[in-house]
Design a protein around this ligand. Structure first.
Ligand SMILES: Cc1cc2nc3c(=O)[nH]c(=O)nc-3n(C[C@H](O)[C@H](O)[C@H](O)COP(=O)(O)OP(=O)(O)OC[C@H]3O[C@@H](n4cnc5c(N)ncnc54)[C@H](O)[C@@H]3O)c2cc1C
Length: 422
């Protein structure tokens, strides 16, 4: 079979690598100059910096089928989260006491015994055998669901709302509570890890299974149909076509109407001699407000993967359309860290169309049918907005084509041709 895959992000590369391993001919058309899509990493002062805060959840079942984490030198973040109340100069610790018993008392002090019990109950419910199962049931919005679970207003405003604004990259949290439960389950069951060379190492690992000639970068597809893709007015024939582009591009190519709102995120990156945090964990803004207090969280990736020169990078994350300058953000961070004025700005990253919109009333781990007029659909907007959802979207396409799913990354190595000797 000769398959054209449109989009060289995680979904397209996973689909292409399994097709290639199964002996099919595959061509990946990628509009950008490089592969990876929204799993992007740039280099700042010789060190990899992710385009937007990005982690891999080791509890995602699909991840183990597709990605060799050991080969990525992936290191786990500290499972606790710290919350800062900048106006009071106060910090709260939220730990997973079942994994780090030493965080039990600080966590109880931070959230109180009733919230702690409710968090524990949610944790037990979310970490079932199938962490995507909550997505198959009707759900409220994140905020309504958290209120319904009985969490106090203070815990919701200071901790849960900023946390899930960060996970959904949406200050309004217009996402299903079921999705929050899915990510809560992933956090409870496994670790959040970061590859040494940045998050782009994941799509690069998948691409390494392909023949270099099958990857065509800098090629924007203008139209698709069941058996062809059109580039620069020329139609290229394929037995099957897989469309693995982001939601807004798929909507355009397939003439589908979608919610026009767009999720965006920006990071500002500063260099400093001394790390302002002691552990590689998130420092979340408990007073987050897109206008009045727009820095959502800060982390120090060099605590996980040190820079060769011993310097540290401080990454501040913002959401939405950001017209804040690096100086403005640095000044705001003075109420978080008194030494912030000594930091040196080294760069910023911006992501447009960061995550798809799945309506709150949608029920199911899959969002769109896998086949629309003969074109096979992959990508996070066809399932749910996560690495798990994206890899699962590739698996749906492979199932539709009758191609075996990898049971581990070793299955993506194409067997060498058998030499026949006389
Ligand atoms: C900042 C950020 C942080 C995230 N953090 C997490 C996280 O911590 N955990 C988690 O599970 N998930 C996270 N995600 C979600 C996850 O990264 C995405 O769900 C996943 O990368 C989507 O992959 P995809 O292949 O569906 O789409 P993409 O990565 O967008 O790939 C689609 C590709 O199609 C290409 N393309 C577009 N138009 C055309 C065209 N006309 N012709 C050819 N090619 C085209 C694009 O250039 C792109 O390379 C995060 C996402 C972002 C943006």
């Amino acid at each position: 079979m000769n398959v054209g895959v449109v989009g060289g992000g995680l979904a397209g590369l996973a689909t292409a690598s399994a097709l290639h391993a199964a002996g099919h001919s595959v061509t990946v058309y990628e509009a950008a100059a490089h592969i990876g899509g929204r799993m992007g990493t740039v280099t700042m002062e010789g060190h990899p910096v992710d385009v937007g805060f990005h982690v891999l959840h080791t509890a995602y079942p699909a991840l183990r089928r597709w990605v060799d984490l050991d080969a990525l030198d992936a290191v786990a973040m500290d499972p606790s989260t710290e919350v800062i109340l900048p106006s009071q100069g106060k910090r709260l610790l939220l730990g997973d006491a079942l994994r780090r018993p030493s965080t039990l008392f600080p966590t109880l002090r931070s959230v109180g015994p009733f919230n702690a019990l409710r968090l524990l109950r949610w944790r037990q419910r979310a970490r079932g055998r199938d962490i995507e199962a909550p997505l198959d049931r009707p759900s409220q919005s994140i905020d309504a669901g958290l209120a319904n679970q009985g969490f106090s207003k203070a815990l919701r405003q200071r901790v849960l709302q900023p946390l899930f604004a960060g996970i959904t990259l949406d200050p309004e949290r217009n996402e299903r509570e079921a999705f929050a439960t899915f990510t809560w389950g992933a956090m409870a069951k496994g670790n959040m890890v970061m590859p040494k060379d940045g998050i782009v190492a994941v799509p690069r690992q998948l691409a390494s299974h392909l023949l270099p000639a099958s990857l065509r970068t800098g090629v924007a597809v203008e139209a698709v149909d069941a058996n062809g893709v059109t580039v620069d007015g020329t139609r290229h024939e394929h037995d099957k076509v897989v469309l693995a582009v982001p939601q807004h591009v798929a909507a355009q190519l397939l003439d589908i109407t979608i919610d026009p709102s767009e999720r965006r995120t920006t990071t500002m990156v500063y260099a400093t001699d001394a790390a302002p945090l002691r552990a590689a964990r998130l420092l979340l803004n408990g007073e987050y407000d897109p206008t009045a207090s727009p820095v959502l969280h800060v982390h120090v990736p060099t605590l996980l993967h040190p820079r060769a020169d011993g310097q540290h990078l401080v990454v501040a994350t913002l959401l939405g359309e950001s017209d804040h300058t690096a100086e403005d953000v640095q000044e705001r961070l003075l109420s978080w860290f008194s030494e912030a004025s000594t930091w040196r700005f080294v760069g910023r990253t911006d992501v447009r169309h960061a995550l798809p919109t799945i309506p709150t009333h949608h029920v199911g781990r899959d969002h769109l049918p896998v086949d629309v007029d003969g074109v096979l659909l992959a990508g996070d907007h066809t399932t749910h907005p996560s690495v798990q959802g994206t890899l699962r979207s590739a698996e749906r396409v492979l199932e539709a084509l009758g191609v075996p799913l990898p049971q581990g990354p070793q299955d993506l190595q194409r067997p060498a041709a058998v030499e026949v000797t006389a």
